[in-house]
Design a protein around this ligand. Structure first.
Ligand code: NAP
Ligand code: G3P
Length: 483
C-alpha cells in the first residue's frame, strides 16, 4: 500500500558481483526529496577501483550468460516484469519522492516499464539472422553461403537520466540482457534509489550473480572511469546533450547509442483544429513540469491562428494543478533549485527582450507555475535553449516555410509536431524537418516504447525502441560456407 509519508530512510547498497554491499571506504551520497527537501535515503559513492570490479564481474558473468537459451532469458525478463508490477506502489512511491513525479505518473512509469520488458522478451526471441547465397551477386557462386547470426557485444554500460529513473534504465538493461550481454548500470544520482529498487526485483527474478552491477556515484566523479573502461563494449546513454557529447569524445571506438536533449517544436497551421491542438500542446509542454526530452518546447504558429491558439493554451495551462507530487499535482517542483533558477533565467531574459507573459512567471523555490510566453523572437534565449521546465514560448510566423526554417535552425533534432487538417501540408512539412520523428496532429512523445525513438544533430545518435535497442545491443557474426 502506498504510504503517505515514509519515515524510514532508504539506505541502499549496490549490487556488485552478485552481492548487495556498501563500498569499501563507506563514502555515501545522501538524497533528499526535491519537493519536501526531507532526506529520503542514501547510496554508496563508488571509487574507480569499485567501478573496475563492477566491469570485471559483468565480463565474467556474461561469458556464461551469452550461452543461455533465448527462452531462459525471456523467462528472467517475464519474472522481472511481474515483480515490478507486484511492487509498483512501493517503487512508484520512491520515484515520486526521488524525482517529484506526481504519484499516478510514477506508478504508471513502473507499469509501462513492465510492458516494455515483456515486449523486449518477446521481440528478442524473434531477432533472427540472415542467410545469403553467393550467386545472388554478379559473378558470385551458389556454393558460397553466408550465415549471419546476431551475437552479444559483451558488457553494456547503461547510463540513465533522472526523469524516468526506472523506465529509461530498463529500456537499456532489458534488451542488453535479452541479447546475451552483461550490464554495468549507472543510474542518475537523483534516481538511484528507484533504480536500485528496480534491480532488486530483477535479482529476485533469478538474475545470475554478477551479470548486472550497479555503480552509483556522481557522474562527474566516476563517469570517465566508466566510459573509458576497456572492459566496456557498448555505451547506452540517455541524458543531456552536453554530457553525451563530452562522453562521446572520451569513449573512442566503443559503439554508443545517445538519446540526448531536445527542443521539440509544435508547428501550427491556420487550418488546425485549435481545441485539439491546444490540448495536445498543453499536455506536451507541461506534463511532468516539462522535464521530458520530448516535451514541446516551442510553438511556431501561423499568425492567423495565433491569438485564438494562445488563448486556448492559456485556458488549459491555468487549469493545471500546481503543488506536490503526493497530491497528484500536474506541476510539481523541478529536480533541483539550480534547474529552477535556470528556467527562470530564460523567462526573465525573454521578458527583458519583449516577450509577453500570458500566464505564469511565478516561482516559489523550485516550483514554477506553468508559463506561456507570446511574441517570442529569435533574439531570446528561450527560442533556442532547452529549459527542461514548465515554460512554453510562442513564436508567430507568416508562412510554413518560415516555421520550417526556424525549426531546423535548432541545434537539436529529436521530435516535432505538426498540427493541420491538410494532410499534404503535414507530409510536406514533416519531410523537411531535421528530426528523428514527426508527430502529425499529436504531441511529441517517445511512447509507445516499441516505436523507433531517435534524435539527430545534438539530440543524439543511434536508435532506441524495443527492436531497435535489441539490434543496437548486438552485432552480426558471419559464417561463410565455401562448398
Ligand atoms: P545529465 O545531467 O546529462 O545526466 C544523465 C546521466 O549521465 C546521469 O546518470 C548522470 O549521472 C550521468 N553523467 C553525468 N556526467 C557524466 C559523465 N561525465 N560521464 C558519465 N556519465 C555522466 O541529464 P539529466 O539531468 O539526468 O537529464 C536531463 C537531460 O537529459 C535533458 O537534457 C533531457 O533532454 C535529456 N534526456 C533525454 C532523453 C532522450 O530520450 N532523448 C530522455 C530523458 C532525458 P549523475 O546523475 O550522477 O550526474
Ligand atoms: O524524457 C524522457 C523521454 O523518453 C520522454 O518519454 O514517453 O514522456 O515522451 P515520453
Amino acid at each position: 500500500m502506498l504510504t503517505n509519508s515514509v519515515k524510514t530512510l532508504s539506505q541502499k547498497n549496490v549490487l556488485l558481483n552478485g552481492e548487495w554491499k556498501e563500498n569499501k571506504d563507506g563514502k555515501r551520497i545522501t538524497l533528499s526529496s526535491p519537493s519536501t527537501a526531507e532526506e529520503i535515503g542514501s547510496i554508496p559513492a563508488l571509487s574507480e577501483n569499485e567501478v573496475d570490479k563492477a566491469v570485471e564481474s559483468a565480463n565474467t558473468a556474461q561469458k556464461e550468460w551469452k550461452n543461455t537459451a533465448l527462452h531462459e532469458r525471456k523467462q528472467l525478463l517475464y519474472h522481472w516484469a511481474d515483480n515490478l508490477v507486484d511492487n509498483k506502489e512501493e517503487i512508484g512511491y520512491m520515484i515520486m519522492q526521488e524525482v517529484a513525479k506526481k504519484k499516478s505518473s510514477a506508478i504508471d512509469e513502473v507499469v509501462r516499464t513492465a510492458d516494455l520488458i515483456r515486449h523486449t522478451a518477446e521481440e528478442g526471441c524473434r531477432i533472427t539472422g540472415d542467410l545469403l547465397t553467393g550467386d545472388s551477386y554478379n559473378g558470385g557462386s551458389p556454393s558460397k553461403i553466408a550465415q549471419v547470426n546476431r551475437v552479444p557485444l559483451g558488457v553494456v554500460l547503461a547510463i540513465a537520466p533522472f526523469n524516468y529513473p526506472v523506465n529509461l534504465s530498463a529500456s537499456k538493461i532489458a534488451p542488453a540482457l535479452m541479447m546475451g550481454n552483461g550490464v554495468v548500470f549507472k543510474p542518475a544520482t537523483q534516481g538511484s534509489l528507484s533504480g536500485i529498487m528496480m534491480i532488486e526485483q530483477l535479482e529476485k527474478a533469478g538474475l545470475p550473480a554478477g551479470l548486472v552491477n550497479i555503480t552509483t556515484g556522481r557522474g562527474s566523479e566516476i563517469g570517465d572511469a566508466l566510459v573509458t573502461h576497456p572492459g566496456i563494449n557498448q555505451i547506452s546513454f540517455t541524458g543531456g546533450s552536453e554530457t553525451g557529447i563530452r562522453m562521446a569524445q572520451k569513449a573512442s571506438m566503443v559503439p554508443m547509442v545517445l538519446e540526448l536533449g531536445g527542443k521539440d517544436p509544435a508547428i501550427v497551421l491556420e487550418d488546425a483544429d485549435l481545441d485539439k491542438t491546444a490540448k495536445e500542446i498543453t499536455a506536451g509542454a507541461f506534463s511532468y513540469s516539462g522535464q521530458r526530452c520530448t516535451a514541446i518546447k516551442r510553438v511556431l504558429v501561423k499568425e492567423e491562428a495565433a491569438d485564438e491558439l494562445v488563448g486556448k493554451i492559456r485556458e488549459k495551462a491555468e487549469e493545471l494543478k500546481i503543488g506536490q507530487p503526493e497530491e497528484n499535482a500536474d506541476i510539481t517542483p523541478l529536480i533541483n533549485e539550480k534547474s529552477a533558477d535556470y528556467v527562470q533565467g530564460l523567462i526573465d531574459d525573454a521578458i527583458d527582450k519583449g516577450a509577453k507573459v500570458i500566464t505564469g512567471d511565478d516561482k516559489n523555490g523550485s516550483l514554477l507555475a506553468p508559463t506561456l510566453l507570446d511574441e517570442v523572437t529569435s533574439k531570446m534565449r528561450i527560442a533556442w535553449e532547452e529549459p527542461f521546465g514548465p515554460v512554453l514560448p510562442v513564436i508567430r510566423v507568416k508562412t510554413k516555410e518560415e516555421a520550417i526554417e526556424i525549426a531546423n535552425k535548432s541545434e537539436y533534432g529529436l521530435q516535432a509536431s505538426v498540427f493541420t487538417q491538410d494532410i499534404d501540408s503535414a507530409h510536406q512539412i514533416a519531410d523537411q524537418l531535421e528530426v528523428g520523428s514527426v508527430q502529425l496532429n499529436g504531441k511529441t512523445s517517445r511512447g509507445p516504447d516499441h516505436f523507433p525513438f531517435l534524435g539527430v544533430k545534438q539530440s543524439g545518435q543511434g536508435v532506441q525502441g524495443v527492436r531497435y535497442s535489441l539490434l543496437s545491443l548486438s552485432r552480426e557474426k558471419v559464417k561463410v560456407f565455401n562448398g
